[in-house]
Design a protein around this ligand. Structure first.
Ligand code: ADP
Length: 525
């Protein structure tokens, strides 16, 4: 299969969260299974120079965005069996940040989405599956259906959209988005692109993608409810036949306590002595009291309300009344920076907080701590709890989304489980669960060690998830063949003279008869 990923971040090039881990790990796994996998990313200025130096200029062209004509270069890099394309425009991506500060996100990612589609014929690459990730790539499936799919080159491309976090939707004014993307008024109705009076990149993808996935089975169910649905639950219920949850994996090569070059001492589930060294070194590094017997509770997270930090705020006094140390690595909202800065001052030698992105320190914390606390209000998948398990650091998590699918609470009756969980979004439920974990840490070492071993030996690889994605892709292609054998147009010749100038008027043309689709495919929320 020819598979194209489009995303706004990806390791090892640029990362703010789990999206980058997923794209960076999944693409090579799919390529390894024999598929032609390519990824399109923005060429941000913070991409390390080493990678930029390896890139080759492939093509350049102009992208029309309303009245603007913007330069677009496509640079390419081959790595891990994948072709990584970088969309180059210094005005949009040559900035000191990835997201959120210029007030023109709709234009930056509108440009990116348009550029991805326009580049394909020039690259002579018509993917079977175009897999777009999160709202920044959300207009791609919509633009493809509305403005491109009548062109032979694009007519066989099937789209998958993955929701990595429904909270971030890319909501902008309708006139601004129309101005950039040339979308007519008739498209801004509630069954298409309009969303509570605004334009919404995520909604565009949810309406127009052939299939929608999200990153855990539980989250796929939860987002169809009002509590978790972020005002998209109606639309997601209407599209539930095309919605599925595929659990993320982690890069087990990068997160490997038995061979991790970033930690002071390596260890395995059979010989944990290296973990004690990691703990001692972490305590020294962060200015904590050096004590082997005190449990270290860690958090490595975006400092956002999603992550349940309000629960910690509510009971931090009770947590610190236990004989514990607390380590926090995160960036984000000022109120949580204030909370943990205060705690560091107040509980000197027992709390350490670092407010920066620091991948190497993250490895040292996963390895050196004992308990990983993740009481998220919602969690699409969560990678950190799986990384923690792999390092023998037992997770204490709330039963939501992917946390529910990856952490099973220890059950003394049948000895099942790999961590400790609670259900209600309640600070004292979290506190009691933390105390339960502390009880086993302090008073029942045999159970603790057994859980550590089980956690470290769990399978968090991408293999299973990659197979699930491939089955989905194959199912879509089979369906396409079955549904529309006659309507299927021949592929474009290898060097097509495809007009990539968007036929904006196409959206107003009468629709061609098309194969029957799955029910309610374009139903309004
Ligand atoms: P989300 O995608 O919601 O931020 P995930 O748990 O899915 O949460 O992924 C977070 C990833 O980012 C993990 O790999 C985690 O270790 C990493 N991470 C989060 N904050 C930091 C930080 N300040 N420094 C280094 N890595 C971080």
């Amino acid at each position: 299969m020819k598979i194209l990923f489009t995303a706004s971040e990806c390791v090892p090039f640029c990362k703010t969260g789990g999206l980058a881990d997923v794209v960076g790990a999944l693409a090579p796994v799919l390529a390894k299974k024999g598929h032609d996998v390519r990824v399109m990313l923005p060429l941000y200025s913070m991409i390390p120079h080493d990678y930029v130096a390896q890139m080759k200029h492939v093509i350049d062209f102009e992208v029309e965005l309303g009245w603007r004509k913007q330069y677009c270069g496509i640079e390419a890099l081959e790595k891990d069996g994948v072709t990584w394309y970088f969309v180059d425009n210094k005005y949009y991506f040559g900035r000191s940040y990835i997201y959120g500060m210029g007030g023109d996100e709709y234009e930056r990612y509108g440009f990116f989405d348009r550029a991805c589609l326009n580049a394909l014929p020039l690259l002579d690459f018509a993917p079977d599956i175009l897999h777009a990730h999160d709202w920044q790539a959300g207009m791609i499936p919509a633009l493809l259906k509305i403005q491109y799919q009548h062109l032979p080159f694009y007519s066989n491309i099937k789209t998958v959209f993955t929701i990595h976090n429904l909270q971030y939707q890319g909501i902008f004014g309708i006139p601004e988005v129309q101005d950039v993307l040339g979308l007519g008024d008739s498209l801004f109705t509630d069954d298409k692109l309009e969303c509570y009076g605004c334009a919404n990149f995520m909604k565009a993808a949810l309406v127009y993608s052939d299939e929608i996935t999200t990153v855990s089975p539980s989250y796929a169910e939860e987002i169809q409810t009002a509590y978790y649905g972020e005002r998209m639950d109606g639309l997601l219920r209407a599209r539930k036949e095309s919605l599925s949850g595929v659990l993320n994996g982690i890069d087990i090569g990068e997160y490997n306590p038995a061979g991790d070059p970033l930690i002071p001492a390596v260890y395995t589930s059979d010989d944990m002595s290296g973990k004690a060294v990691c703990k001692e070194e972490l305590q020294k590094e962060l200015g904590l009291e050096v004590r082997a017997d005190v449990p270290i509770i860690s958090l490595i997270t975006r400092l956002s309300n999603q992550k349940g930090l309000d629960l910690i705020d509510r009971v931090i006094g009770e947590i610190m009344a236990e004989d514990v140390q607390l380590v926090v690595l995160g960036m984000g909202d000022a109120r949580y920076v204030n909370l943990f800065s205060w705690a560091e001052q107040h509980y000197q030698g027992r709390v350490a907080a670092r407010f920066r992105m620091d991948g190497a320190l993250a490895h040292r914390i996963y390895a050196g701590s004992d308990i990983f606390l993740m009481p998220s209000q919602f969690e699409p998948c969560g990678l950190s709890q799986m990384i923690a398990l792999r390092y023998g650091t037992l997770p204490v998590v709330r039963e939501t989304g992917g946390l529910r699918d990856t952490v099973l609470s220890y059950n003394e009756a049948n000895n099942a489980g790999n961590g400790f969980t609670f259900f209600n979004y309640n600070a004292h439920d979290m506190l009691f669960t933390l105390r339960r974990a502390l009880y086993f840490y302090n008073s029942n070492k045999a159970v603790w060690k057994m859980l550590q071993k089980r956690g470290m030996e769990g399978d968090y690889s991408w293999d299973h998830s990659a197979e699930t994605y491939l089955s989905l892709y194959q199912h879509m292609l089979r369906q396409q063949e079955q549904e529309a054998p006659k309507a299927k147009k021949p592929r474009a010749p290898r060097k097509p003279k495809v007009d990539v100038v968007v036929d904006v008027a196409a959206e107003e043309k009468p629709k061609k008869p098309r194969a029957p689709r799955k029910k309610k495919a374009e139903t309004a929320e």
